[in-house]
Design a protein around this ligand. Structure first.
Ligand code: GLU
Length: 585
């Protein structure tokens, strides 16, 4: 859950690395740091807080390495920020992951006289590399040898990158977490995400788990971590360009990404061949389990409801809970994994557990070449382009559009999804936005809000509440309307805001009854619905588009969360404590 960016070439490494980190900050933003090689020493500048326009103050160098941190071991302090150096400050190291045997290794190294400057699990790896490097001649090869030796001692899923200031070289090794190598003429890059590299080169190779790489100005070559034998790097053209990655004229990434949604839905509807194949595999499986985390889990729940309508049983669960049920999977099982990044550790662990039992895996995934796409038997690319706002918007509705298309009649669902795309503009900029701004103004000083939905609107209620809480910190809970009387109604007092999702489907009369019940207890009811009703105090109008109403119904939660965040003076792109790609347990 961190951003890593490294460079070896002939340009100013400090500037280049700092700029690269800015593109990776969505991965973690507790603190940041950059190191460069200067006069055979690794010089480090590291600071707490967000990077946001700051520059590292470092001497000129052609080799550099940086990191944006999401702390797991040790508080958010300057000392704990990466990079971490060895005792002699010859090498500097950055790390993504958790060293599961950190206590033993740290004790062992301290007993041998190493001096620790931080509380992190990361720093011990720098000392392990230092020890392995000490007896070797000062060559790039030696850095690779020492990095392999150190990495083999680590338990857990990790990625490390080491800068050797004596040989102007970078070496990396990984057992989890993404790393991409960028190839140029007389220069090479290493980064957690291709989005940070495509500004410089579109020739990239994704480093596989269990691989290490030695990167110099003129070459990048990979080896197997376990054996040290050469492994080919598959150099391909990056899927994204820098134009996809940039902000354009938008004030922030959340706005940009919300506005990209209609085009994403249109593209999915226009080329639904992969989704028809997914539908066939779902039909052919003896059982189907849909898995995801956060918004991905809500999309999995949508799959459960949407396929139920089509007469097909799909069970949804958070990917992190799958291990308790893995023994019920077998050769006939299809695991449908829903992930924006394709690197979420809980999804990857679940998928690997299912594969170990000979289950098949289908992925709905947004990042081409990610770990999930490499293990899946079938990948349907979401094609939403890079999502940099930590709060998922376009990747969630892309999954929802894909599920509507895969579960419905091909012609009808294509027509409805395209119609939803045509109407989405009004939500994002027109009168609906004004209505949501007014709702945000009413909610800005509240502490709680509740969101009610039934049937396929239940996952939307959960997602709406999640959007509100993660971006604005207003406590919002989504729940199934039928559960209201079984507990939650105790929380409703005069003035409590309740949002009810009441589309023109079989759930409508029950949801209206729920709206009437909370209103009778003094709640202020805002409805996401096609028509007004006496139980509604306010209406966010969503035209009836059959099953595609859910796509439009997902937008008010995004816009409301955004407007609330702005009204509360918060940064919508980087909410506190969150990071986008959750690569640690
Ligand atoms: N475990 C390391 C730390 O707490 C790495 C965290 C990360 O992946 O950003 O510093």
């Amino acid at each position: 859950m961190c951003g890593i960016f490294g460079y070896v070439g002939s340009k100013n490494a400090s500037d280049l690395v700092t700029k690269g980190l800015a593109k990776l900050e969505y991965r973690g933003y507790d603190s940041w740091g950059v190191t460069v090689a200067h006069a055979a020493r690794a010089i480090v500048d590291k600071q707490t807080g967000k990077l946001r326009g700051k520059v590292a103050s470092l001497p000129g160098s052609h080799v550099g390495l940086g990191h944006t941190r999401w702390a797991t071991h040790g508080g958010v302090t300057q000392a704990n920020a990466h990079p971490h150096v060895d005792c002699g400050e010859r090498i500097a190291l950055v790390h993504n992951g958790i060293v599961a045997n950190d206590v033993e290794l740290r004790r062992e190294l301290a007993a041998r006289g190493h001096r620790f400057r931080s509380e992190t699990d990361t720093e011990l790896v720098a000392h392990l590399v230092e020890e392995a490097l000490a007896p070797l001649p000062p060559t790039p090869e030696s850095l690779l040898t020492a990095t392999l030796a150190a990495f083999r001692r680590l338990a857990g899923m990790n990625a490390i990158v080491v800068l050797d200031a004596l040989t102007d070289t970078l070496a990396a090794a990984k057992s989890g977490s993404p790393l991409v190598v960028g190839f140029g003429e007389g220069e090479h890059w290493l980064a957690s995400d291709q989005a940070a590299i495509v500004e410089h080169t579109r020739r990239i190779a994704v480093l596989g788990d269990g691989q290490a790489v030695l990167v110099t100005r003129d070459s990048a070559r990979a080896v197997d971590v376990a054996t040290g034998s050469p492994r080919a790097l598959d150099v391909t053209e990056a899927a994204w360009t820098d134009a996809h990655v940039g902000l354009g004229a938008h004030p922030d990434y959340m706005t940009k990404e919300m506005h990209e949604q209609p085009a994403v839905w249109r593209r999915l509807a226009a080329d639904d061949a992969p989704l028809r194949e997914l539908a066939r595999r779902i039909e052919a499986a003896t059982d189907v389990v849909a898995l995801g985390c956060g918004s991905g889990f809500h999309a999995a729940l949508s799959a459960e409801y949407l396929f139920a309508r089509a007469g097909r049983r799909v069970r949804a669960m958070p990917a992190s809970e799958f291990s308790h049920f893995a023994r019920f999977t077998g050769p006939g099982t299809l695991v449908l994994a829903l992930s924006q990044s394709g690197e979420t550790i809980d999804v990857l662990e679940a998928v690997n557990a299912a594969r170990a039992r000979d289950a098949r895996v289908a992925a709905l995934c947004n990042v081409p070449g990610s770990a999930l796409t490499r293990v899946a038997d079938l990948t349907v690319p979401l094609g939403a382009g890079p999502e940099r706002c930590v709060v998922s918007t376009k990747a969630f509705t892309a999954k929802l559009a894909a599920l509507i298309l895969a579960s419905g009649d091909p012609d009808d669902s294509k027509r409805l999804v395209t119609q939803a795309a045509d109407l989405a503009g009004a939500f994002l900029d027109g009168p609906t936005r004004t209505a949501l701004q007014n709702l945000a103004a009413r909610l800005v000083h509240d502490e709680h809000a509740y969101v009610i939905g039934r049937g396929a609107s239940y996952p939307l209620a959960l997602e709406t509440a999640l959007k509100i809480k993660e971006v604005s910190y207003l406590h919002a809970e989504g729940f199934a309307g039928g559960e209201l009387k079984h507990g939650v109604i105790a929380l409703v007092a005069p003035g409590t805001h309740c949002i009810v999702i009441a589309p023109e489907d079989e759930t409508k009369s029950d949801v209206l009854a729920a709206a009437a019940q909370v209103k009778a207890r003094g709640a202020v009811v805002t409805a996401i619905a096609a028509e007004p009703h006496p139980a509604f105090d306010h209406l966010i109008r969503v035209p009836d588009l059959g099953v595609a109403s859910h796509l439009l119904g997902a937008l008010p939660g995004q816009v409301l969360g955004y407007e609330l965040a702005r009204a509360r003076g918060l940064d919508p792109d980087m909410p506190r404590n969150l990071a986008k790609s959750v690569t640690v347990k």
